[in-house]
Design a binder for this molecule. Structure first.
Ligand code: S3P
Length: 186
């Protein structure tokens, strides 16, 4: 199948799931559905799934049960969804922290949305604290820099790194598909 056709790419993927990783504000949740649409995959947002299963916001889980409890839920959900084929999954920014999660992520294709810091900060300053207790009411820039410093080498272990600036969702999705194509055909 010729490298430019989407059906060719879908064939080559053979149902392997796509995991979007990256910092808070990198656009995983907004881009994921568009990529799923292009690949004719199903879409899962890991944070939304956790909120649905627990009937609590991420913020509430953190404040009532603590971060470790949330991380356990995150790992359990990841282990469940990998049983299904052909998913685009938007993960929470901290999913990369647990080594055991990589055993799951590696069963699919891991794409790092490497967002420009200023663009991410601009988004996070306007964002809803319910899913982001790590930055809620805090100095967002300082926390962002601290968190990124800890995670950047882990994110860089992704199969594909896509640099993101302030492009719209469609452009980011197209950019990701282009990188995916290069990874699959090269
Ligand atoms: C987190 C990111 C959040 C959410 C939780 C923890 C993190 O998801 O999972 O607040 O550790 O970076 P987003 O990356 O979608 O903001």
């Amino acid at each position: 199948m010729e490298p430019n056709s989407t059906s060719g790419l879908i064939n080559e993927l053979r149902g392997r799931s796509i995991f979007l990783i990256g910092m808070m504000g990198s656009g995983k949740t907004s881009t994921g559905p568009k990529i799923a649409e292009i690949l004719k995959y199903k879409y899962v947002d890991l944070d939304a799934l956790i909120e649905k299963l627990t009937q609590k916001t991420i913020d509430k889980i953190f404040s009532e049960e603590g971060e470790e409890y949330f991380r356990d839920l995150e790992t359990k959900c990841l282990q469940e969804i990998i049983k299904l084929p052909a998913l685009v999954v938007s993960t929470g920014g901290g999913v990369v922290l647990r080594k055991e999660n990589w055993g799951v992520l590696r069963q699919g294709i891991v794409i790092w949305l490497d967002i420009n810091k200023e663009v991410a900060l601009n988004r996070l300053n306007k964002s809803n604290g319910d899913i982001r207790p790590l930055i809620k009411g805090k100095n967002i820039k300082r926390i962002y820099e601290e968190v990124f410093e800890i995670r950047k080498d882990i994110y860089s272990q992704a199969d594909i790194r896509v640099e993101i600036n302030n492009e719209d969702v469609k452009s980011v999705a197209e950019k990701i598909i282009k990188h995916l194509r290069q990874e699959i055909y090269n």
